[in-house]
Design a protein around this ligand. Structure first.
Ligand code: NAP
Ligand code: F7E
Length: 334
């Protein structure tokens, strides 16, 4: 490993952290992961799946721990994926969201700068389509791109917008290589069950095996540009291999409603009408909703040569298949 490129991933226990660790190890990187808490329940799973990843304890709200993580890993590439990332949760915990998802980005950038690595460490900042907001007045027909207007609709979106701009500010002020990926929703087998796609596929598999009767959801009409997380982390890596730091939208260029996702997921288990199995619960509705998101990934396609591989039906199908295997195991060992 002496000559291997080194990468530090914050958010190693999350969906994207897992995909990225897997891909970077395959590419021959020495991978370090920041893990928070004195007894993080997800540590065991990361150690089991990635025994070659070196875990470093730290928290985005603790600047000293980030300086130590940067000094220990001395990374060529730092992927800042850690965040309070659930939009609904951010309405209930707005101060924590600002501390982690906004100010945490500043803490990461400062850790790189004050340790004298501004010229040697390339940084990826996980920006989001939630910064656009999906309102009628600023909704471009062909989809949002890097020049579209921002109008975030949640404490999460507002915090991410701070992270986006402070990342650009460090690029402009200190010449740091900081690239921001404005990523539209990306899902898959590693997605947390608190997000709507995985919540649905997890429930659909359990309904099929008789482990639960129905699923409780909030609003079903919002539309999202849903891609596969494995494709999207490949795009993150490509951003840091590009010769200049820049901002890039990653998206599929298609948008689908939650109802469409439900239709495909239930069809996978042979049920044509999902309505009898879905209970609407206002607890899962948000004080302000993002109605529709559609991204235009033309720049990433032409400049980075990036293109998503998995399409919408393929995404739903692989998630249901994975959750059916999981539910079968749960039934066997229950
Ligand atoms: P995720 O599964 O929710 O993972 C979030 C990660 O952040 C977890 O590893 C979590 O660790 C870590 N974290 C939370 N608070 C922390 C803190 N105070 N200090 C250190 N680590 C902390 O998110 P994801 O889907 O992989 O997304 C990765 C990034 O991309 C996030 O920044 C997200 O906002 C952004 N993004 C995601 C999407 C998407 O569709 N997935 C789209 C656009 C942008 P614990 O295990 O300790 O909780
Ligand atoms: O909600 C609706 C909900 O929580 C999608 C994060 O990765 O992508 C993600 O944010 C839609 C919303 O994702 C339930 O109201 C209905 O309209 O799966 P979600 P999100 O809010 O789009 C962006 C790009 C990020 O950056 C974020 O980090 O589904 N919805 N019923 C529900 N959502 C949830 N979670 N649970 C429900 O029961």
């Amino acid at each position: 490993m002496a000559n291997a490129r080194r990468a530090l991933i914050t958010g190693i226990t999350g969906q994207d952290g897992g995909h990225l660790a897997e891909q970077l190890l395959e590419k021959g990187y020495e991978v370090f992961g920041l893990i928070r808490g004195q007894n993080n329940p997800r540590r065991e799973a990361v150690v089991a799946e990635f025994p070659d990843v070196t875990l470093i304890e730290g928290d985005l709200t603790d600047p000293t721990s980030l300086i130590r993580a940067v000094e220990t890993s001395n990374p060529h590439e730092l992927y800042n994926l850690a965040a309070v990332s659930h939009v609904g949760y951010s309405f209930k915990n707005p101060t924590l969201t600002a501390d982690v998802t906004a100010k945490g980005v500043l803490n990461v950038l400062e850790a790189v700068r004050v340790t004298g690595r501004s010229e040697t460490t390339k940084v990826y900042q996980a920006s989001t389509s939630e910064m656009f907001g999906g309102l009628d007045y600023n909704r471009p027909g062909a989809g949002y791109n890097e020049d579209s207007l921002f109008h975030p609709r949640s404490p999460y979106g507002v915090a991410k917008l701070y992270g986006h701009w402070i990342a650009k500010n460090y690029r402009e002020s200190y010449g740091m290589f900081v690239s921001c990926g404005i990523l539209f929703n990306h899902e898959g087998e590693r997605r947390g069950v608190e997000f709507v796609t995985r919540k649905i596929t997890h429930a659909v598999a359990r309904i099929k095996l008789g482990l639960q009767p129905n699923i409780e959801l909030g609003d079903l009409w919002p539309k999202r540009d849903w891609g596969y997380a494995g494709d999207f982390v490949e795009g993150m890596w490509r951003m840091l291999q590009h010769d200049v730091a820049d901002d890039f939208v990653l998206a599929t260029g298609e948008t689908h409603s939650i109802e469409e996702f439900l239709t495909l997921a239930f069809t996978e288990i042979g049920i044509d009408d999902w309505r009898p199995y879905v209970v609407q619960n206002p607890a899962f509705m948000r004080p302000a909703e993002v109605d529709i998101l559609l991204g235009d990934p033309s720049k990433a396609e032409s400049v980075l040569g990036w293109k998503r591989e998995v399409d919408f039906p393929g995404l739903v199908s692989r998630m249901v298949a994975h959750d059916l295997r999981l539910a079968e195991l749960q039934r066997t060992f229950a």
